[in-house]
Design a protein around this ligand. Structure first.
Ligand SMILES: [Zn+2]
Length: 118
């Protein structure tokens, strides 16, 4: 499933980051999710809960940041409002296309180090 592979890649990054920072647990994970990314934050969260069990990410809080789409000229990159009716750039005559909204990446992790346990 789509969500499963996303969760697996998140957990991979978590594992690597914990090793790099010598931390034992992750408490919060912030994900950036574009408007066009076909995933339900709710579905991703519940999938994450299942796969995070028994890992250092168990019980971590998932935070989603949604990115909305913009319209811009493919030629000169001038930004247009979504409500604008133009299909052709008023500056250079280039094509106006949707951009952004397909992002999916891990923005930040909040870690807990092993020192706090003792
Ligand atoms: Zn243009």
């Amino acid at each position: 499933m789509h969500e499963t592979s996303m969760v697996m890649s998140i957990l991979d990054i978590v594992k690597d980051t914990l090793k790099t920072h010598n931390a034992s647990r992750v408490t919060q994970i912030t994900l950036v999710l574009g408007e066009f990314v076909c995933v339900e934050p709710k579905a991703l969260s519940s999938c994450f809960e299942i796969f995070a069990q028994g890992t250092p990410a168990e019980g971590a809080n998932l935070v989603f940041e949604r990115i909305s789409t913009t319209r811009s000229c493919v030629n000169c990159e001038k930004i247009y409002e979504k409500s604008d009716e133009y299909n052709i750039c008023q500056t250079c005559g280039g094509k106006i296309a949707f951009s952004g909204g397909r992002e999916f990446y891990l923005k930040s992790l909040e870690l807990e180090s092993e020192d706090s346990e003792t």
